[in-house]
Design a protein around this ligand. Structure first.
Ligand code: PLP
Length: 420
């Protein structure tokens, strides 16, 4: 296999430059809260492959389920010859997502594909076209989802023209807008009514806690007010829970923290322990508005990915990973608050459960991406896999696997403290 440096040379000759990697070391094995590279160096994993391996890497039940399913059959295409695993995943999604009403699901391969399909479904069900999204939103990299995503560099630069009928309104961002949830919602709703027109809105699409955009937690009351307005005006309220879902924030889904019952929910990332799977789940009457054959794809709901999802969900239940996420917050938040007290560059600690962030600011409160990048570099030198995010590149985010041990969490937090 060679060293990381060998692989880097091989990669440079054949892998497109547009696909970049955060660290230059190549992975040998990963499990629990640790990654080991080809040089035998251990990394504490505060990334979980971007909130994917919530149950841990190569989680035992997932490995077993994948092996067993691969031996039975690998692919038949659910649209051609259906199988139980797909149905079972949809049953779990109906039971686990918020809302005590009849639901339907459709399965896909990636988060972006789920978001695209949620928009297709909402437009079909309402007969309307406009889609409302928010500042700092991230919804993917396909043509439609690039249009839904806010940040230009690196996601959109040079990739236009973008899909039409997308309208962006202000997000509740307590550190920066100083508005209560109700005030921020009234402001956003005013924008929608004046610049889009309530009768034109097919869907309002929002991350309950923003991911790539900076782990922005809207002020309390914002989400319920936006959901309520959507319902009152015949628009489909879509919660993009691709990053926040599956126990990450200390509940199965982040919408639950504010008692919001979305019409549609998109999920992916944490759903299947690392296998590619995504879903749109929602009210039966909206989902079933689409004619038979209107939704699908060759690989959507692949049997191995479905088997992995069922094993992941079983693991989340058995180990109560929502409680584990709350435990991670209980351990990490006081350490982060203490760090913020020592370093004025940390303007705010925020997030929920095992989705925590530090926003770095200059003395005048403006974003500080320079220190953010320096802290991240230092963390990598010290062996901590650490991600940043934010429209201004000034947010450090913690996304450990939920099964991370107290010892690994302690070591990771110590490395973060040392990086500052
Ligand atoms: C990652 C992400 C997506 C896109 O998912 P992919 O699987 O990368 O296509 C969409 N929405 C949110 C909130 C995400 O975090």
């Amino acid at each position: 296999m060679g060293s990381s440096a060998d692989l880097h040379r091989r990669r440079s000759a054949v892998v497109a430059r547009g696909v970049s990697s955060m660290i230059s070391s190549y992975v040998d094995t990963a499990g629990g809260g640790t990654l080991t590279d080809l040089e035998g160096r251990e990394w504490i994993d505060f990334a979980a492959g971007i909130a994917v391996t919530n149950v841990g890497n190569a989680a035992p039940k997932v490995v077993e389920a994948v092996k067993a399913q691969a031996e039975r059959f690998t692919h038949t295409c659910f649209m051609i010859a259906p199988y139980e695993q797909y149905v079972a995943v949809c049953e779990e999604l109906a039971a686990l997502t918020p809302g005590d009403f009849e639901k339907r699901s459709a399965l896909f391969n990636s988060g972006a594909e789920a978001v695209e399909n949620a928009v297709k479904i909402a437009r079909h069900a309402t007969g309307r076209q406009a889609v409302v999204v928010f500042d700092h939103a991230y919804h993917g990299r396909t043509n439609l989802t690039m249009a839904l995503t806010a940040k230009v560099m690196p996601y959109k630069q040079g990739f236009g023209p973008f899909a039409g009928e997308i309208y962006r309104v202000p997000m509740s961002y307590p550190l920066r807008d100083g508005r209560s949830g109700a005030e921020a919602a009234a402001f956003a709703i005013g924008q929608i009514e004046k610049t889009v027109g309530a009768v034109n809105v097919a869907a309002v699409l929002i991350e309950p806690i923003q991911g790539e955009g900076g782990f922005v937690v809207p002020a309390p009351g914002f989400l319920p007010a936006i959901a309520e307005w959507s319902r009152a005006n015949g628009a489909v309220f879509i919660a993009d829970e691709i990053q926040t879902g599956f126990c990450r924030t200390g509940a199965w889904f982040a919408s639950e923290h504010e008692g919001v019952e979305p019409d549609l929910i998109t999920t992916a990332k944490g759903i299947a322990g690392g296998l590619p799977l995504a879903a749109v789940t929602g009210r039966a009457e909206i989902m079933d508005a689409v004619h038979p054959g209107g939704l699908g794809g060759t690989y959507g709901g692949n049997p191995i990915a479905c088997a992995a999802a069922l094993a992941s969900i079983e693991t989340m239940r058995e180990l109560d990973l929502a409680a584990a996420a709350r435990h991670i917050e209980a351990v990490a938040r006081p350490r982060l608050e203490a760090l913020a007290a020592k370093h004025p560059v940390i303007g705010e600690i925020r997030g929920r459960g095992a989705m925590l962030a530090l926003e770095l600011v200059n003395a005048d409160g403006t974003p500080d991406p320079v220190t953010t990048a320096a802290v991240q570099r230092k963390a990598h030198e010290l062996g901590l896999l650490l991600l940043t995010c934010g429209t201004y590149g000034n947010v450090i985010r913690l996304l450990p696997p939920l099964i991370m041990s107290d010892d690994e969490l302690d070591r990771g937090l110590t490395l973060l403290e040392q990086s500052f």
